[in-house]
Design a protein around this ligand. Structure first.
Ligand SMILES: [Zn+2]
Length: 223
């Protein structure tokens, strides 16, 4: 098994599996041999993690000609055409990607750029509508958009709400839930009972949306 070793001041050994890479984090004091032995012992666990992750990776949406992808609760077909300038437009049933050389990386980056702009429009509007409804417009200081790895949204004590713009490919109820979740943090900056009570008052089916994100969210990471 191929793995990368990262030494540090840490006290214990840990294995991090992120398909297709395996990383072993180790203290300076552990010998190469001990380390190898540890990885051997955990090899079945590592293999099974890699397998699950590679399966999930394969479920990611792909931005290629004629593929159908979800967008705000609908589906749209990807169409690619040669043009002198890079441009992305959308109509009722398709998203048209244009450019001089559309290899897979370029298609994806053009699409992502477009998606981020859509998210900025849509999520800003929704966030303001909800803070207005709750009478907490003053609590919100800024809205940021970032493709974060670990979570879909975030809210700081300074009143900055942050969204991962890939969420625009989720169903509408999930988009609603994410906005509700982050805006409710402007009132309760924790996951207390009161917080979930408020989320439930605004978005009664939040359990379902949470479940969707947990089970399907990985697909929105385009490949
Ligand atoms: Zn939260």
């Amino acid at each position: 098994m191929v793995y990368k070793i990262v030494r540090s001041q840490r006290k214990t050994l840990a294995i991090h599996v992120r398909y297709p890479n395996v990383e072993v984090r180790a203290p300076y004091t552990i010998s190469e041999r001990q380390l190898h032995h540890f990885v051997q012992k955990k090899s079945a666990w590592i293999e099974s993690k890699l397998l699950i992750q590679s399966h999930k990776h394969g479920e990611r949406y792909q931005i290629s000609e004629n593929n159908i992808i979800p967008f705000m609760g609908n589906t749209k077909r990807i169409l690619c055409t040669k043009a002198t300038k890079n441009k992305v437009t959308a109509n009722e049933d398709s998203i048209i990607i244009q450019g001089p050389s559309l290899d897979s990386a370029k298609r994806r980056s053009l699409f992502e750029h477009w998606l981020k702009a859509q998210a900025q429009d849509e999520l800003t509007t929704r966030t303001h509508a909800l803070t207005h409804r709750l009478g907490i417009e003053n609590q919100l200081t800024d809205i940021k958009f970032r493709k974060t790895k670990s979570k879909w949204g975030h809210c700081t004590s300074q009143g900055i709400v942050q969204y991962n713009w890939l969420i625009l490919m989720a169903p509408r109820h999930v988009i609603d839930y994410l906005v509700t979740h982050e805006v409710c943090h402007l009132i309760h900056l924790n996951h207390s009972k009161q917080f979930w009570q408020l989320v439930g008052d605004i978005h009664p089916t939040y359990h379902e949306s949470k479940k969707w994100l947990k089970e399907q969210g990985h697909r929105l990471w385009l490949s």
